[in-house]
Design a protein around this ligand. Structure first.
Ligand code: SF4
Length: 376
């Protein structure tokens, strides 16, 4: 059985954040029909999952915490009926703190979710408002406590950096408030100006502008210094965990280039060679599944060169780096033999180093990860 991850995309949100590029809609009246069709997709694709043992299930979106207890249980029961799920699987749900309360969190935990991810973004009220978030700081604090009371022993908080208006001082305060809650995991993501978002249009109109690369890197460095001083390990460029057991196992499946199956509109799947994605439209998704067809919109077969580049790019994001023996087993050549010149030059520039059977970024290289990966 090959290790794999299972992703479920729940494409509904109360309101659309102006920076968000994920597929979601704000009309909620088709949620029930969507759940039926998601279950149907899970059933129709059961044969695809037969060779996998799923170590993780991840409900993302959108806002999966909008699902009712019955809808959530129905989806998870279908997953367990048709797919082989590891007994100790990590089962994560993304949530918007403004959609949670004590009763809901108890129901989510009871349904089988064992890792909660809260999209906090900032602990500064003015920043939350500027980002268009529907939740308040008070709701984060209250629902973090409610989640603990409901039995969640594995909680992630998402924070955002490098957005217009953030300052090193406000970010420090957000980090400190996050730390005071003692979550098991923290993600610090840079705001990206994605085409087709309201924020991107505002940038084109000259109303806002992205921070420079150095300023962005400064926020990462600020997060790293404070979080590492408080016993969090930066195991991936944007991700910190309290101990090796609290890393996000689902994201590790992506970074280590293992297979994953994605369900729901816009969800991507990867079987090691072939990548494909569902339609990015709820209407089309419902229509196709309603007719008993899959809603695949796009697929590509990766060349060996693409696979190799993706593998390097993704593994370099991890603190541990590229596992050399695994690279050789997958590609039939050693990393050294495949890229002798790049490796020599990057080592001479002190941007990469060998460490315990891995090739990894140095601290200096970590701040230039994309440029380093582009040299392969
Ligand atoms: S709540 Fe999350 S998924 Fe929904 S619009 Fe905002 S950022 Fe996007």
């Amino acid at each position: 059985m090959e290790t794999a991850g299972l992703y479920l995309h729940i494409p509904f949100c109360h309101a659309k954040c102006e920076y968000c590029d994920f597929y979601s809609i704000t009309v909620l009246d088709q949620m029930e029909q969507f759940c039926r069709m998601l279950e149907k997709e899970l059933q129709l694709r059961a044969a695809e999952g037969q060779t996998y043992q799923f170590e993780t299930i991840f409900l993302g979106g959108g806002t999966p915490s909008l699902l009712s207890e019955k809808q959530l249980s129905g989806i998870l029961e279908t997953v367990y009926r048709y797919y082989r799920i590891a007994p100790d699987a990590e089962i994560t749900m993304e949530s918007n703190p403004g959609t949670l309360d004590a009763a809901k969190l108890k129901a989510i935990r009871k349904a089988g979710i064992n890792r909660l991810s809260m999209g906090v973004q900032s602990f500064q009220p003015a920043e939350l408002q500027a980002l268009g978030r529907i939740h308040s700081v008070a709701e984060v604090l209250e629902n973090f406590g409610n989640a603990r009371a409901a039995g969640f022993g594995n909680i992630n908080l998402d924070l955002m950096t490098a957005f217009p208006g953030i300052t090193p001082d406000s970010f420090q305060k957000s980090l400190e408030q996050a730390l005071a809650l003692q979550p098991e995991h923290l993600s610090c993501y840079t705001l990206i100006f994605e085409p087709n978002t309201v924020l991107y249009k505002r940038m084109q109109l000259g109303e806002v502008s992205p921070l420079g690369e150095e300023e962005e890197a400064g926020y990462y460095e600020q997060a790293r210094i404070l979080l590492e001083a408080n016993d969090y390990q930066q195991y991936e460029i944007s991700n910190f965990s309290r101990g090796a057991k609290r890393v996000c196992r689902h994201n590790l499946i992506y970074w280590r280039h293992y297979p994953y199956l994605g369900f729901g509109p816009s969800a991507h799947s990867f079987d090691g060679r072939r990548r494909f994605a569902n339609q990015r439209s709820l209407m089309v998704y419902l229509k196709k599944l309603g007719a008993g067809q899959l809603a695949v919109d796009f697929e590509e077969q990766l060349t060996d060169q693409q696979r190799m580049f993706e593998y390097i790019f993704l593994n370099l994001r991890l603190r541990s780096g590229i596992p050399l023996a695994d690279f050789e087993a997958r590609f039939g050549t050693s990393l050294d033999a495949a890229f002798p010149q790049s490796i020599r030059e990057l080592r001479e520039s002190s941007l990469i180093e060998y460490q315990e059977g891995h090739l990894r970024l140095t601290s200096q290289g970590w701040l230039l990860a994309d440029s380093v990966a582009a040299r392969f």
